[in-house]
Design a protein around this ligand. Structure first.
Ligand code: NAD
Length: 391
């Protein structure tokens, strides 16, 4: 299986050399489009380093390297332009999320895929994680009756990455609904079996992160490192993570501003589903240590199902029978086992032309339209209708 990659960075090299290689040990990366050839080469295996050719464009790579699968792993703002090019070919595509970062991008991406033969695995590990799939199966069996409510939470314990890495570049990410919530809003629609049609959202900015510290400041050059809770020494002492290396200041002007756009410390959305049900989603980026939590509680008249990926557990209460269950899942899986499932789909797409991805392009688009509506809602202070795929 020959692989062509656009943007051979940290995430996509981890996916290819991790779960994809686990399932298809004979893979070879034969073509790469990445302007940082040195950085990309440092991530290649010894064998692939000998074979892989760097190309200027996706088109040239497809023509000359003839890949069996394409992977797009650039940063967020380039997913759409490259995916539009990939849509011209009948080659299975693994596409990083979010699939678009603006309405203009999302609409042109949808258009490009309307008549495309390109089958896509959108990188949504949560939706395909065993715990989420298992929960959906219980819902389909009628465990809760018709789902009428969902409450989903995401307390991120490594949230400083969105202020100390490239994720703080708002031009590239366009905020944390698109960056993070895109996963959760997607799996909520999957579990509820219905798209989100209306959103009311709120966001809180610059109460915790961001600020006026100089551009380019890093802890090792900062006079306040002794007292700052985010310095490597204090993170180490307090065991507050997410890492203890020297890093860019999370209170710097580089994190953006309300005027230029910046990531939210925390944001929440009330959502209405096409089925008439409603739900809530909330994400918090300054929590630490064992405050981490990500999961949901979903209810219908007949029962309630609740799970948290960090607890590896599903709880089921029958509302009208005196029995409740707890199901435990295996701990320690990468992205809660979701990355392996995404890789499984991609490998199947290559081997079987009739196989259907569990995260096709429509799931990526539906989630982006929802995230964009959430952004518009918190900016305008009112409920916003969500554009629907195929509208
Ligand atoms: N699905 C998930 O759970 C998940 C997890 C982590 C990251 N991600 C996503 O993965 C993406 C990449 O994140 P990362 O941490 O690997 O970033 P990265 O910076 O390590 O990788 C991006 C790569 O793209 C290359 N690149 C830059 N400009 C390019 C261009 N014009 N054409 C081709 N390549 C170009 C860079 O040189 C780099 O190698 C992000 O969009 C992020 O949201 C998804």
């Amino acid at each position: 299986m020959k692989i062509g990659v656009v943007g051979f960075g940290r995430r996509i090299s981890g996916v290819i050399y991790g779960p994809v290689k686990e399932l298809a040990p004979d893979i070879r990366i034969t073509g790469i489009v990445d302007p940082d050839e040195k950085g990309a080469r440092s991530r290649l295996s010894e064998q692939d380093s000998k074979e892989a050719v760097f190309y200027k464009t996706l088109g040239e790579m497809v023509r000359k390297a003839k890949p069996d699968a394409l992977f797009i792993g650039t940063r967020c703002n380039l997913h759409t332009p490259y995916a539009i090019q990939a849509a011209r070919y009948d080659i299975p595509l693994f596409l990083e999320k979010p699939v678009a970062i603006s309405m203009q991008q999302a609409v042109s991406l949808e258009k490009a895929f309307e008549k495309s033969k390109c089958r896509v695995v959108v990188s949504f590990p949560l939706r395909v994680s065993p715990l989420c799939s298992f929960t959906r199966e219980r819902i389909e069996e009628g465990a809760v009756g018709e789902p009428v409510h969902i409450m989903a939470w995401n307390y991120v314990s490594y949230g400083t990455v969105y202020w100390e890495q490239e994720y703080r570049n708002y031009k590239i990410t366009q905020g944390l609904f698109l960056q993070k919530g895109t996963h959760d809003l997607d799996y909520m629609m999957y579990l509820m079996g219905s798209p989100i049609v209306k959103v009311g959202a709120m966001a809180t900015f610059m109460k915790i992160f961001g600020g006026k510290k100089p551009s380019g400041l890093v802890c090792s050059k900062c006079k306040e490192a002794e007292t700052c809770l985010e310095s490597p020494a204090n993170r180490k002492r307090n065991r507050s993570g997410p890492h203890e290396k020297d890093h860019p200041c999370i209170y710097s002007v580089d994190c953006g501003s309300l005027k230029t756009g910046t990531n939210e410390d925390t944001s929440s959305a009330v959502v209405e589903f096409a089925s008439g049900a409603h739900g809530v989603y909330t994400q918090v980026f300054f929590t630490r240590r064992d405050a981490h939590a990500r999961g949901s509680t979903l209810s219908g008249y007949m029962g309630t199902l609740g799970f948290d990926w960090y607890k590896n557990q599903l709880n089921y209460t029958r509302h009208h029978e005196p029995f409740s269950d707890t199901v435990n899942t295996d701990p320690g899986m990468n992205h809660f086992g979701g990355d392996l499932e995404l890789a499984r789909d991609l490998v199947k797409l290559v081997k079987d032309s009739r196989f259907k991805s569990r995260t096709p392009i429509e799931t990526g688009l539906a989630s982006v339209y929802t995230c964009l509506a959430a952004k518009e809602s918190y900016l305008k202070g009112r409920f916003v209708k969500v554009r629907q795929v195929g509208q």
